[in-house]
Design a protein around this ligand. Structure first.
Ligand code: ADP
Ligand code: ADP
Length: 229
């Protein structure tokens, strides 16, 4: 069985009288240690897929598995545990606590984990050893995103899920962030899933899942992904 598996997953949102289909029979799988990019135009259903994988939203039908666990059968209590212990999230707008330093932001996330990594060590890994005592407002967008990546990795999650992590950054800074995520995957064997609408980044992944109008339109496997530089 694959590490992560989506089987015929659907998601409907009810908006008054209108039923919106955000995911329309999504099927894919990938293995532990893969660097997966989910790409597609705005409104395609990418965030919906990532939120269901991360236990932030529930599917309307189909099956979602992580390892041998049927996540799609979890109730709200199990989902809270799943989000807390198994998943690390990285968001477009960083979501750092403004009145805590970089180090304190990472330490805070570690307090709710079972087996956290060392916060200072993790910040060093993302290249911020000299900025640990800075507050978010004193850091550039790229640096804030590095803090948020350190905060997610520090939880030592099974899956690192990143929703448009480059969305608020210029192209070169965004590329550096994707390179960092690629390195994290290569050097530590962590499984990373990144959403982007930027086709230019897909050469970095070893699996590219393209989603359009709630459907998977292609899955490309690349055994020799490019190294970002
Ligand atoms: P993407 O991440 O690819 O931009 P989304 O997953 O955010 O796409 O959205 C897919 C579709 O589902 C869109 O039509 C969006 O408007 C709709 N949608 C997403 N979340 C909700 C929600 N909470 N309520 C109603 N419709 C939603
Ligand atoms: P708690 O019961 O501690 O509030 P949650 O189940 O709300 O835990 O979230 C657990 C973890 O999942 C948090 O540490 C956070 O990183 C992440 N998370 C879940 N939902 C969101 C969200 N909407 N925005 C930001 N982070 C979230």
């Amino acid at each position: 069985m694959a590490f992560v598996e989506f089987r015929e997953v659907t998601k409907y949102y009810q908006m008054g009288e209108q039923k919106i289909t955000a995911a329309d029979g999504i099927t894919f799988s990938f293995e532990k240690g893969e660097f997966v990019i989910i790409v597609g135009p705005s409104g395609a259903g990418k965030t919906t897929v990532l939120n269901m994988l991360g236990g932030m939203d529930v599917c309307s039908g189909g099956e979602i598995r992580l390892e041998d666990k049927l996540v799609s059968s979890y109730g709200s209590r199990q989902l809270t545990e799943y989000r807390r212990y198994d998943i690390g999230f990285v968001f477009q707008f960083y979501n750092l606590v403004p009145n805590l330093t970089a180090l304190e932001n990472v330490e805070l996330a570690c307090q709710i984990c079972r087996e956290p990594l060392d916060p200072a060590q993790t910040l060093k890994m993302v290249g911020l050893e000299d900025r640990m005592d800075n507050f978010p407002a004193q850091l550039s967008g790229g640096e804030q995103q590095r803090v948020s990546i350190a905060r997610a990795i520090c939880k030592n999650p099974k899956l690192l899920l990143c929703d448009e992590p480059t969305g608020a950054l210029d192209y070169n800074t965004g590329r550096t962030i994707l390179k960092l995520l690629q390195d994290t995957c290569r050097n530590t064997g962590r499984t990373v899933v990144v959403i982007t609408h930027n086709q230019a980044f897909t050469s970095l992944a070893n699996r590219v899942i393209t989603i359009k109008s709630g459907k998977v339109t292609s899955i490309a496997v690349n055994d020799h992904p490019m190294s970002a530089d």
